[in-house]
Design a protein around this ligand. Structure first.
Ligand code: GCO
Ligand code: MN
Ligand code: MN
Length: 389
């Protein structure tokens, strides 16, 4: 069993103020842990090997803070960053919590609320950039519907597009070194959230004025809530050059939004996620958008944060073991074997190629007899993960 390295800044692990700082509130009960100040949360992360801390504007500065309060909070926060060496890779706007956003922010039918959402986002972008954020996430949790009875769906998409175009313009105008990452989620808190999957977001990005500034922040739980395969979503985002950020956590399909510790529910799926990110050479933040169980005390919250990172690193070792395993590689070679006789038909279209392919005689029955050793391969993966290989 190879030694698992301790988490360190080079691994680019990040957490949100709202995740490790979550006092254990849920829809059925109040907090079970004390509320910590942002600087305190940074210090809590400081000793764990984490690299970054992310925030929503109001995780750092309460929505009703005075200018003097804001100044003091920011000074404390900056001091904690200096003390711990943590950086702020990503920031975002809270456009979900305040009652003003009950029917969405950028897509709200009320033009005053849409304008307020833009103002709040511009200020939050300034705040994020002022502490070094290079990625700005948009998760439109309230952009959606509980009933479509009163919804102008095409109008909502247009407003969404207008808002992102406006904010891209703002970032360009200010010459900020900042990219946007859109985060899809199918439902919760709305019955149906607009642009519910990574693929839907990807198509939407192409309709924006500055698609090159805008990428994706796929989240494990959000894909799994919908019964989808998150590694497939990551692959599509990567293939499009749009994997700007990733929210790692875990989730059983068909449940409420669980936000479990990375790898807590589906270790095999977590393995394929890590294997994919490491194999393609993803260099962005590995952000854990996960929450400790409500039953945790503060010590257990630390164990939760360490657990997210440690599981990632264990699975990274396992991905390396997969790559070096001769039996596994032998099966992969068998599965992907090239047939020399098919070479003339590969690559793009050419009229002569098409002509030859039309004439070629295939032995369909023989093709139908070909098996693929996925049972053997999958069992080897299971044994690798179970530590008996
Ligand atoms: C959720 C989301 C959020 C976002 C966050 C950053 O399900 O509540 O995952 O945690 O990631 O708002 O944009
Ligand atoms: Mn989520
Ligand atoms: Mn998220």
């Amino acid at each position: 069993m190879p030694r698992v390295p301790a988490p360190s800044p080079e691994h680019r692990f990040s957490f949100g103020l709202w995740t490790v700082g979550n006092p254990g509130r849920d829809p059925f009960g109040g907090p079970t842990r004390p509320v910590r100040s942002p600087a305190d949360i940074v210090r809590l992360l400081g000793g764990t090997g984490a690299w970054g801390v992310n925030f929503h504007d109001n995780d750092l500065v309460p929505i009703d803070a005075t200018a003097a309060e804001e100044k003091r909070i920011l000074a404390d926060f900056r001091r904690a960053l200096r003390e711990t060496g943590l950086v702020v890779p990503m920031a975002t706007t809270n456009l979900a919590f305040d009652p003003a956003f009950r029917d969405g922010a950028f897509t709200n039918p009320d033009s005053r609320i849409r304008a307020y959402a833009l103002q709040k986002s511009m200020r939050a972008i300034d705040l994020g950039v002022s502490v070094g954020a290079k990625i700005y996430v948009f998760w439109g949790g309230r952009e959606g519907s509980d009933t479509d009875a009163g919804k102008d769906l095409l109008g909502a998409l247009k407003r969404y597009r207008d808002a992102l175009n406006f904010l891209c313009g703002y970032v360009r105008d200010r010459k900020y070194d900042l990219k946007f990452a859109l985060e899809a989620k199918p439902n919760e808190p709305r019955a149906d959230i607009y642009l519910p999957t990574t693929g839907a977001m990807l198509a939407f990005i192409q309709t924006l004025d500055h698609p090159e500034m805008v990428g994706l922040n796929p989240e494990v739980a959000h894909e799994q809530m919908a019964g989808l395969n998150v590694t497939h979503a990551l692959a599509q985002a990567w293939d499009a050059g749009k994997l700007f950020h990733v929210d790692l956590n875990d989730q059983a399909p068909g449940r409420y939004d669980q936000d479990f510790r990375f790898g807590a529910h589906n270790l095999k799926s977590a393995f394929f996620i890590v294997k994919f990110l490491e194999e393609v050479g993803y260099e962005g933040p590995r952000h854990f958008d996960a929450h400790a169980y409500r039953t945790s005390d503060e010590g257990d919250v630390k164990a939760f944060a360490r657990g997210c990172m440690r599981t990632y690193l264990i699975l990274k070792e396992k991905a390396e073991a997969f790559r070096k395993d001769r039996e596994i590689q032998g099966l992969l070679a068998e599965i992907g074997a090239e047939f020399r006789s098919m070479r003339p038909f590969q690559g793009g279209y050419a009229p002569a190629k098409a002509k030859a392919l039309r004439r070629h005689a295939f032995d369909r029955a023989a093709l139908g007899r070909r098996g693929f050793p996925y049972e053997r391969l999958d069992q080897l993966v299971v044994e690798l993960l179970a530590g008996v290989r």
